[in-house]
Design a protein around this ligand. Sequence first.
Ligand SMILES: [Zn+2]
Ligand SMILES: [Zn+2]
Length: 178
Amino acid sequence: MKIRVEGLSDAPVVLSAREPVADYPALAGVQEAGECAFLEPLQLDFRIEKQFGQIRVHGHVATKVRLACSRCLADYEADIVSDFTVFYSKSSKMPVEEEVALTEEDLISAPYDGDSIDFTNEIEEQVLLEIPYKPLCHEECKGICAKCGADLNAGECGCDRSGNGLAFSALKNFTVKR
Ligand SMILES: [Zn+2]
Ligand SMILES: [Zn+2]
């Protein structure tokens, strides 16, 4: 998504769009790498306004992905939602950026060149930040049995997992050294 800076008045502009993930190379890349599958296009709702000579952009990005749980390996769906604010300033006006960065940490500032701002990079970055590094189907996921591979969320498989697990022997060594 892009906006032409020229012609922006002081009145806020609201932009909404639904764009395919294929338009976002970094997102298409993680999908191709198998990290997740995008189930919906990106829903983009942006509010853009001029402020103190900068362009203040509040963005809302939402989509849905399918992830594989890092504990039990089951596929699950998750909503990806991100809200962010970016101050764009002409590349030559960098001192303003420092000021903004010092006062409000969660605000991002970025330069732009020419007469339009392309939001592609920011959108990609925000979505990638929301994709969990170690996905969990739910907080309490019990994972799979190290012995028989059964999904322990479905119930106890009956294996005796005490004593032989890697994690347990590491813990035992630790206690001995104490
Ligand atoms: Zn799980
Ligand atoms: Zn088992």
